[in-house]
Design a protein around this ligand. Sequence first.
Ligand code: TPP
Ligand code: MG
Length: 282
Amino acid sequence: MEYEYKLYKPSWCPGCGNYMIRTALKQALEELKIEPHQVVITTGIGQAAKMPHYISINGFNGLHGRALPVAIGIKLANKKLKVIVESGDGDTYGEGGNHFIHTIRRNIDIAHFVHNNQIYGLTKGQASPTTAMGQKTTLQCEGVKVEPLQPLALALIMGAGFVARGFSGDIPHLVKLMKEAINYRGYALVDILQPCVVWNRVNTFSWYKERIYHLPEDYDYSNKEEALKKALEFGDKIPIGIIYKAEKESYEDRFQVIKEGPALVNRKLDPMDAKKLLEEFM
Ligand SMILES: Cc1ncc(C[n+]2csc(CCOP(=O)(O)OP(=O)(O)O)c2C)c(N)n1
Ligand SMILES: [Mg+2]
């Protein structure tokens, strides 16, 4: 029997973009016929990071900014699992910025869905790394005085093989992106624009809707220079879709010991095997 993911009542605010991301995630997993024992979601801390509490899925909350290292450990131990990381813009690009950069260098087989509401939601509206320069927040009352981080361009420059942007207000399109990212072998980033209806009164649903457009059918996502231009387009017009995609060898496949044979977690380990190694020192 095909599995239907159950949903639990969230503590998200009414109208929050997180609901649509959860709807898209449920649909993507069900359409790909992935059952709960085949998938795990790791998150950090934040409103976005509560995702595994509200859907019947294996989940692991790491520390703030630490969703990716947990995901890497899980994937290396059990390569058969589909590993998905969900977290906020602050969690991913701020506290977890270092892990973001170095996970891309590894190209480990993870689908990474960032709920980018351009604000620290859980902690009540401080600027995140993607909040626009000049935007007033509950903390930056004179406006933000640093330039925003460009996540898609950064991912591209670091060598990510799958870079996409979605919008929580366009669920069918987001489902397609999520399915492509889950099926991609390697690190796949989907930055999802997600209005925070309480703490970010600038980047609202209508603000995004006025600016967002779908990349055209004939857009060539294998052209990295074009992709970089699209990745940097964030103003009067904001493209959504797969911005860049290329095949790359994944991290796991670079290690013969992981690539061949069963998942590490399924191998029989006899502690006495270590005896041979210890004998050297006796
Ligand atoms: C190391 C550390 N620093 C700060 C915090 C406080 N904190 C918890 S969630 C959060 C912001 C989360 O923002 P984001 O990742 O964008 O998620 P959102 O709530 O917007 O979905 C902060 C600053 C923490 N828990 N740990
Ligand atoms: Mg946020």
